[in-house]
Design a protein around this ligand. Structure first.
Ligand code: 6PG
Length: 487
């Protein structure tokens, strides 16, 4: 039996396409799937005539591999990954490598890196983005885990990855432990945000401006040639153009209750743990949650009345240039979302001791993945100008961009509120932007209230940070204060 370069376990859509992609680049791949019938189907179908070796057991797969063995897992995140790792451990030799390419939770990758490391095995937890098409022809790949494993998988992972215009692969070492899966998690959180800001534009165009589907499609197409040049804007135009067998827009037959698999939610939960704002992504997750309350929404629309509906003639009096204002609201909100995402990556990098290269991460997302966009080059440029940039909103390019978009952004949020059309992402992004650039916020009152009812103490503007004071607000309090700590 010829020895295979790499093994892959899990022949669902992503797994199959990655195998074919590896074959395109000259690698021989041994494959295993729990249900052998699927392996047989794959070998007789898409993998016929390719450098793919089918195996019926995990033992057979391991025996088919060249040392150090490289085994990629493309199984459902969670218990299935641990189960297969436990099966593999006794079969492997020191220095062998397990690569988890699923959407695993980053803490699991930290744990697995450690557990396998203790046994002389090497673990890589890698984000892979781009769906079926990306997996087949070049995904974005975000590997982290045991750095000693990277030289052994770099060649193959970079070969199958998408490439930016100058040929640089959208795959590079992100950092140790859970850094790869963390980066993929933030990618997915941003993906939720990007989808929501586009959905809000569609809602305003359809329910607010009464635009037709071809009009909306051509607007998104035009936007996709400019600042908003991105995969998600492009596919939105395609979706808006699509008609069913009756010639009706396919989109309007789809139930408006969004699903989710959890990565957006994890991003927001971790942002709360780290004390960093991911307000736009949080709103995007909640927008899906609210949409899923479909039956309650129908009842509430009956009881409370729906948001106001425009007559086609008046279109709320929004004016012909309102579409441009929506563009600006979308663009500015997107800037805020990425600013928040990179702030979170920074906080996570510091917390976990990962030495993240933010400009390079933006390039890993430049092609292949779901959030691929020209915009990511501007982000890389900002981090090149100032590698330790605390927030994109402090970079000259984005300062100018957001200032230019400001009037349209406010106009849209204002008009949407008056019309009863929800724009949670645009409005929360605007609230964050206004708070972030406020020298003075009303948190002094919050501190005073905490001190009033619980002697939680406060710091003073006229005293150095770290000195805490308590006021006996009623004249009847005792001298004891509550300890000061951050959650
Ligand atoms: C990608 C995607 C992918 C994700 C889907 C579905 O980068 O290719 O992020 O990993 O699983 O987009 O995610 P939701 O079901 O949570 O929307």
């Amino acid at each position: 039996m010829t020895s295979a370069d790499i093994g892959l376990i899990g022949l669902a859509v992503m797994g199959q396409n990655l195998v074919l992609n590896m074959d395109d680049h000259g690698y021989t791949v041994a494959v295993y799937n729990r249900t052998t019938a699927r392996t047989v189907e794959f070998l007789d179908g898409p993998a016929r005539g390719k450098r793919v070796m089918g195996t019926r057991t995990v033992d057979e797969l391991v025996a088919a591999l060249k040392p150090p063995r490289r085994i990629m897992l493309m199984v459902k995140a969670g218990g299935a990954v641990d189960a297969i790792i436990e099966q593999l451990i006794p079969l492997l030799d020191a220095g062998d490598i397990i690569i988890d390419g699923g959407n695993s939770y980053f803490e699991d990758s930290v744990r697995r890196t450690r557990r396998l490391g203790e046994r002389g095995l090497r673990f890589i937890g890698t984000g892979i983005s781009g769906g079926e098409e990306g997996a087949r022809h070049g995904p974005s790949i975000m590997p982290g885990g045991d750095p000693a494993a990277w030289p052994h998988v770099k060649g193959i992972l970079q070969a199958i990855a998408a490439k930016v215009a100058d040929g640089t692969p959208c795959c590079d070492w992100v950092g140790p432990g859970g850094a790869g899966h963390y980066t993929k998690m933030v990618h997915n959180g941003i993906e939720y945000g990007d989808m929501q800001v586009i959905a809000e534009a569609y809602h305003l165009m359809r329910a607010g401006l009464g635009m037709s589907h071809p009009e909306m499609a051509s607007t998104f197409r035009r936007w996709g040639d400019g600042l908003l040049d991105s995969y998600l804007v492009d596919i939105t135009a395609d979706i808006l153009d699509h008609t069913d067998e009756r010639g009706e827009p396919t989109l309007e037959a789809i139930l408006d209750a969004a699903g989710q698999k959890g990565t957006g939610k994890w991003t927001v939960i971790d942002s709360l743990h780290l004390g960093y704002p991911m307000t736009l992504v949080a709103e995007a997750v909640y927008a899906r949650v609210v949409s899923a309350l479909h039956d309650q929404r129908i009842e509430a629309a009956g009881v409370l009345g729906p948001g106001s509906q425009p007559s086609k003639a008046t279109r709320h009096g929004w004016g012909d240039d309102f579409v441009d204002a929506i563009h600006d609201a979308l663009y500015a909100s997107k800037i805020v979302s990425y600013a928040q995402g990179f702030m979170l990556l920074g906080a996570a990098g510091r917390e976990h001791g990962w030495d993240l290269d933010y400009g390079r991460i933006a390039q890993l997302w430049r092609e292949g993945c779901i959030i691929r966009a020209a915009f990511l080059d501007d982000i890389t440029a900002a981090f090149t100008r100032r590698p330790g940039l605390p927030s994109l909103l402090l970079d000259g390019f984005f300062v100018d961009a957001v200032r230019r978009a400001d009037p349209g952004w406010r106009r849209v949020v204002n008009a949407a509120v008056r019309a009863g059309i929800p724009v949670p992402a645009y409005s929360s992004a605007l609230a964050f932007y206004d708070a972030y650039r406020s020298e003075r916020l009303p948190a002094n009152l919050v501190q005073a209230q905490r001190d009033y009812f619980g002697a939680h103490t406060y710091e003073r503007l006229d005293r150095p940070r770290g000195e805490f004071f308590h006021t006996d607000w009623t004249g009847t309090g005792g001298g004891a204060t509550s300890g000061s700590y951050q959650a």
